[in-house]
Design a protein around this ligand. Structure first.
Ligand SMILES: Cc1ncc(COP(=O)(O)OP(=O)(O)O)c(N)n1
Ligand SMILES: Cc1nc(C(=O)O)sc1CCOP(=O)(O)O
Length: 428
């Protein structure tokens, strides 16, 4: 099924047509991109925009309308009244999702007037955020109840088929008004970049409608998709990531394979490694670029004269090493793997001789409030060891405390790098 996308280009690659194309593709449908305007923007500012002649927009839609089975159309930045009129005529008869783009999150205008957006409301499923809903309804919105009022006004007075007001600016609850009924979709704050959320939401809505879902389920699915695209957004883009699900699953698959290979390799060191395995066991953890961590379920234990993994490599199979790794990645994101061994002076001296960067933390220096908190010691320890050495540590040790075994953590940029370090450290 094809989804027609009528939108503007964001040169920063965060919102607009690029986000729409990725959303439609990621959700398994075929995007038909129609350009209305070129914006000059980055995630911090919109410097301006140029709208295409309405005839150019019209011809783009005409070129594809008869050649594809179009399940729905998503309409984003229109730019001008003339373009809005052309899009209205050329998309007649299609299921239309209208993201009534008026301003960017940075406060720049992206359409000549509110009236131009209103041209397309009749018969459309409209997805305003709170400021857009205020502009369309003329009402002030300060609560979920007021979101409901505004949604009703936009549907009943302006003729929208349905209205979804996104609550991101208010409470994270979205409100749908459809066929005289109101629905609430609660959500919670998700950490990550949000530039482009409006575009991704409306495109996802168009896709799920094209797939044949009923509106309430469509809104629920689109909302969860947007939450994922915020949670798995990337620092270099400073915007949502519509490819999150595909990338996350690919990274999970690769990380699991990489760690399984490395564990196999580690087992070859069995007899040499046996004396270095602590009482609590050794674990080996690897993070994906999204900081999801895989490890060995049940850890690796001494077994006769050799060593043995208790269970398979699994997602979230580590607590201590996961926390150590995630803390380390806050300072050095290139560090992806870590393994723990029993502390010995010889091991630490050998690491220094091999040219590894060694640091440590001393639990006696741990502040009282961190000690009292359930799980802050590891994070505090890694941070203090990183700061102590002033560069990326390859090995961090601590000398233990009451009921806590002294430990050495060996870090690396890949699972194999850790194995090579362990090989060098355990060789006689
Ligand atoms: C070309 C273009 N189209 C739309 C927007 C607005 O994006 P949106 O996802 O609604 O949200 P913000 O990131 O602006 O909040 C845009 N900026 N550029
Ligand atoms: C129990 C323990 N303590 C460590 C420390 O560095 O203090 S490393 C370690 C073993 C690994 O644990 P997990 O399987 O929870 O990652």
């Amino acid at each position: 099924m094809a989804v027609l996308i009528v939108a503007g280009l964001d040169t920063g690659g965060g919102a607009g047509l690029k986000a729409d194309i990725e959303t439609v593709s990621a959700l398994g449908e075929h995007p038909l991109p129609v350009l209305t305007s070129v914006t000059y923007q980055n995630p911090s500012e919109v410097r301006g925009y140029h709208t295409l002649p309405p005839e150019v927009v019209r011809e783009q839609i005409r070129a594809v309308r008869g050649s594809f089975k179009i399940g729905a159309v998503k309409i984003g930045m229109l730019g001008s009244r003339e373009i809005a009129e052309a899009v209205k005529q050329e998309t007649e008869g299609l299921t239309r999702v209208l993201d009534p783009v008026m301003e960017s999150s940075t406060g720049a205008k992206l359409v000549d007037s509110v009236e131009s957006v209103k041209v397309l409301i009749l018969g459309s499923i409209v997805t305003p955020n709170v400021p857009e809903a205020e502009a369309l309804s003329g009402l002030k919105i300060r609560s979920i109840e007021e979101m409901k009022e505004a949604a009703k006004v936009i549907a009943e007075e302006l003729g929208a088929e349905a209205v979804v007001i996104k609550g991101g600016h208010l409470s994270y609850t979205d409100v749908l008004y459809w066929k005289g009924k109101l629905y609430e979709f609660p959500g919670e704050r998700v950490e990550g970049f949000t530039h482009g959320t409006g575009c991704v939401f409306s495109s996802a809505l168009a896709v799920f409608l094209a797939k044949g879902f009923e509106l309430p389920e469509t809104v629920e699915r689109a909302k969860r998709f947007v939450e994922g695209s915020i949670r798995f957004s990337k620092a270099e883009a400073r915007a949502v990531n519509p490819l999150w699900e595909l990338e996350r699953d690919a990274h999970r698959w690769r990380a699991k394979g990489e760690l399984e290979e490395a564990v196999k390799e580690l087992m070859e060191l069995g007899e040499k490694l046996n004396p270095h395995v602590p009482e609590v066991g050794t674990n080996f953890a690897l993070a994906t670029p999204f900081s999801e961590v895989f490890a060995v379920k049940g850890r690796i234990v001494r077994y006769g004269g050799t060593i043995k993994p208790v269970g398979p490599v699994e997602f979230n199979a580590s607590d201590h090493l996961r926390r150590a790794l995630l803390k380390m990645r806050e300072f050095y994101p290139e560090v992806r793997a870590v393994l723990n061994l029993r502390y010995s002076e010889e091991l630490v001296e050998k690491a220094k001789k091999l040219g590894l960067v060694v640091s440590f933390y001393d639990r006696r220096e741990e502040p009282e409030d961190v000690k009292r908190a359930e799980k802050g010691t590891m994070e505090w320890g890694i941070e203090s060891a990183v700061k102590r050495v002033g560069k990326r540590p390859d090995l961090i040790y601590h000398l233990g405390d009451w009921g806590k075994e002294p430990m050495v953590l060996i870090f690396g940029r890949s699972a194999m790098e850790v194995v090579e370090r362990v090989r060098a450290l355990s060789s006689r």
